[in-house]
Design a protein around this ligand. Sequence first.
Ligand code: NAD
Length: 342
Amino acid sequence: MVVDQNIPATLVEGDGIGPEITASVVELLDVLGAPFAWDRQSGGLEAVEKYGAPLPQQTLDSIRKTGLALKGPLTTPVGAGFRSVNVTLRQEFGLYANLRPTKTVVSGQHFDHIDLVVVRENIEGLYAAKEYYLPDGDDPQGLAFGGGFNSRRECARIVRFAFEYALANGRKKVTLVHKANILKLFSGIFLEEGRRVAKEYEGRVAVEERIVDACAMQLVTDPWQYDVIVTTNLFGDILSDLTAGLVGGLGMAPGANIGTDVAIFEAVHGSAPDIAGKGVANPLALLMAASLMLAHVGRFDLRKRLDDAIEKVVHQDGVRTRDLGGTAGTKELTEALAAALR
Ligand code: NAD
């Protein structure tokens, strides 16, 4: 394989703790010798001040051109006129798959040796809902209506993504998570398509099915039975935050939003305004997102070195930020990781 040493990628620092954690991650990727050539663009509040929009055209153009982005958390301004930046990005670039691997780094806690992946459908379901009020008796807004849709095409595509991910990453089982017992059409279509696609992988990857409420309970009582979970948008949103909780919370949760032409990597957490500028933010979620990005461009060698350094510093040496019960600041953790990578 010819290794491309100069892969253009868009970098958006983001708001709040964004600049602190992206600086840490970019420094560590440099030490690692990662092949990314960064095109720095603005997003979030800084972009609102500069360009009047949280996702300016230049940023969107850059992502379209590079097809690859590492994004710090963006604050969605509260108030009329601003759509959620994440929803805009998903729709603009057709980022149909949300990938959230969950792995224990700090073992010895209540949930040890967790290693599972949630694949969430990212552009349909209830999050494509049209919401409005209807009258209820005398109250003109007494009833709130919300409807969404799931297409056979997207259900099949997300399940196929999960199986292909399983094959490429040595995973053994995919669980289709649904609520087809109650939502017979809305969730049933996902289960039908899931079963159909699963047949293509018979003998290579095992398949099982779970109703979402039972899955939520089992993720707390016996998460080790799961390998790859694939599900629709709302269920995936909730279950993937639950799984982040199994391994130390949002500071340890990376995410990838993947489409046909564009992939955007980010931490699952937000801009954490309560700790911004204090030098205590945990950069690991964004660093793990960078690790997913390295795998995405085929640099499994660098990914392994990065993952090994995280394991050594955070688990073995116990250098941890406050959210993980430690005392290290962002700078101290970054320095320890850089030393482990050198
Ligand atoms: P948040 O994730 O920013 O913070 C929740 C809690 O977790 C806070 O106490 C925070 O200090 C802590 N936390 C989060 N990340 C941390 C880290 N890396 N290290 C240590 N502690 C960390 O959620 P919020 O406060 O609800 O949202 C703040 C803003 O972020 C909002 O404007 C929201 O819209 C935005 N947001 C953006 C994204 C994104 O860009 N992907 C995701 C979620 C929220």
